[in-house]
Write a protein that binds this ligand. Structure first.
Ligand code: FES
Length: 220
């Protein structure tokens, strides 16, 4: 005959606490894993952060005119800052200013002044040329050089570039030219012809190739 043995109340209490703690921990881990599993990937490349892509329209970046398409008449030997404007997943226009490194510098020089190593085929009729406006030294936005007509100067450490010659470095610490962006005219709009021809800040060559691939895959 089996005799019922009364359990030690202390053992029962400890057992209960252990089971309860184990259950809570398990539920906690499961919740965390589910939350992580369903969360959006942190580094997903959204359309507003994509670098300029073929077909984007260049629009003014200055606050008073932001979003207005840039026209030939707006351009001169003075720097005009621009954003690329593309489409979101629903086909609506989106300015790609989610990444400040997408800011662009647009110039129009009299015919014959733009020379090698500028890629002339990536300009509009040898007159309009577009570069990344982000310094290759440490990422500051580059401006016109007040002391030297036709040149660009970085306000951070005085890096200087020549926009008539492929934005080659003509002074200061930048390690390489500003990247040139191919453009063309489509009606009245200034439109991106392709990706940057060189790796723009902050990418090295391999990273830039990977980013282009990622964008192409995402846009199909
Ligand atoms: S960030 Fe432009 S020269 Fe240093």
């Amino acid at each position: 005959m089996t005799r019922y043995r009364k359990q030690d109340p202390e053992i029962t209490r400890r057992k209960f606490i252990n089971v309860a703690m184990g259950t809570t921990a398990t539920v906690g881990v499961v919740s965390l894993v589910s939350a992580l599993g369903t969360a959006n990937p942190v580094f997903r490349l959204t359309r507003d952060k994509m670098p300029p892509v073929k077909g984007d329209i260049l629009v003014h970046a200055v606050e008073s005119k932001e979003g207005q398409p840039i026209r030939m008449a707006d351009l001169s030997e003075k720097l005009v800052r621009a954003w690329p404007m593309g489409k979101d997943e629903d086909g609506n226009s989106i300015i790609r200013k989610g990444d400040p490194n997408n800011i662009l510098a647009v110039y129009r020089f009299p015919k014959g002044q733009i020379q090698a190593p500028t890629n002339l085929e990536a300009t509009v009729e040898g007159e309009i040329v577009v570069y990344s406006d982000v310094c290759t030294h440490a990422g500051c936005s580059v401006a016109d050089d007040d002391q030297r007509a036709g040149a660009m100067k970085c306000p951070c450490h005085s890096g200087q570039y020549d926009p008539k010659q492929g934005c080659k470095v003509i002074g200061g610490p930048p390690p390489r030219p500003l990247a040139q962006l191919p453009v063309r005219l489509d009606g009245e709009n200034l439109v991106v012809g392709d990706f940057f021809l060189q790796n723009p800040y902050p990418f090295n060559e391999a990273e830039w190739e990977a980013r282009k691939k990622e964008v192409e895959e995402q846009l199909g």
